[in-house]
Design a protein around this ligand. Structure first.
Ligand SMILES: [Zn+2]
Length: 269
């Protein structure tokens, strides 16, 4: 079984793809279950969901990226943040094609054709609609808070019943911002300042690419990382084929170690 399941709170499960390490989450109410993200598209995810719940499943994505959305086809109807609806285009597909083209003649080429299968989102695989402000699972209400930055339509799912925030890729030790060139570092810091206050009543902060939850204290350091970014401290990465060089900016936190922001130089403002 490729999908590992773990109960993380009452009627709340983390489902982890053992191969890629990406998490999905399942929350049960009295009438419906909420599936947060669908992974790269392994069949063992719908099988694991079926074993965990007999309730009708509402599938949502924290944002439209292949490691969160490529299993959407298993669930038919999927809700994503308005700005991430495929009707607006699929920026991650464009980004991937640019990078793949740059590696077209390199020794990495055979790997690129394999990567294409994983990395491209087929928007016709599911029926997409925008997320509401809250989702009622029957006796359990999950609030949807916009958090644009990693993608334009990224959201946080906030479950007051268990005090858990499901943040997807909106906060991380390695934060990718070049995936949404319209976002800027100072405004992302400001956005998180507001969220920090708004999330004060919550106690768990879970993310997609680590089985360990983030400490709530991490938010303050994450904000400082964004606030203190200076253009001259950027170091170019080796990623080719992007509109600007993907550059990383490091911040050393005494308590949490290194935090890295990956962005285009034009986003540092
Ligand atoms: Zn992502």
């Amino acid at each position: 079984m490729r999908t590992a399941t773990k109960r993380i709170a009452q009627r709340t499960y983390m489902l982890t793809d053992r191969l890629t390490g990406v998490n999905q989450f399942l929350l049960e109410g009295e009438e419906r279950a909420l599936l947060i993200d669908t992974g790269y598209g392994t069949k063992s995810l719908p099988r694991a969901v079926e074993r965990l719940t007999s309730l009708p499943v509402v599938a949502v994505n924290t944002h439209l990226h292949p490691d969160h959305s490529n299993g959407n086809g298993f669930f038919g109807k999927v809700m994503v943040g308005e700005r991430d609806l495929p009707a607006h285009g699929v920026p991650s597909n464009e980004l991937f094609e640019g990078v793949a083209a740059a590696y077209g003649k390199s020794p990495l080429r055979p790997f690129m054709s394999f990567a294409r299968k994983l990395a491209l989102i087929d928007s016709s695989a599911a029926d997409y609609s925008p997320l509401p402000d809250a989702i009622d699972l029957g006796g359990r209400r999950v609030e949807v808070i916009p958090c644009p930055g990693h993608t334009a339509g990224s959201v946080l799912f906030c479950d007051s019943e268990t005090g858990t925030v499901f943040a997807g890729d909106a906060i991380n030790r390695e934060q990718w911002m070049f995936t949404c060139p319209a976002s800027a570092t100072k405004s992302y810091a400001e956005l998180w300042r507001g969220l920090e206050a708004r999330l004060a009543g919550y106690s768990e902060l879970v993310i997609s690419h680590s089985r360990k939850p983030l400490d709530f204290g991490f938010i303050g350091e994450f904000i400082r990382a964004f606030e203190t970014i200076k253009p001259e401290n950027g170091r170019p990465s080796r990623i080719k084929g992007t509109p600007e060089p993907v550059t990383f900016y490091e911040y050393e936190s005494e308590r949490y170690g290194r935090i890295r922001v990956w962005a285009y130089p034009s986003q540092v403002r």
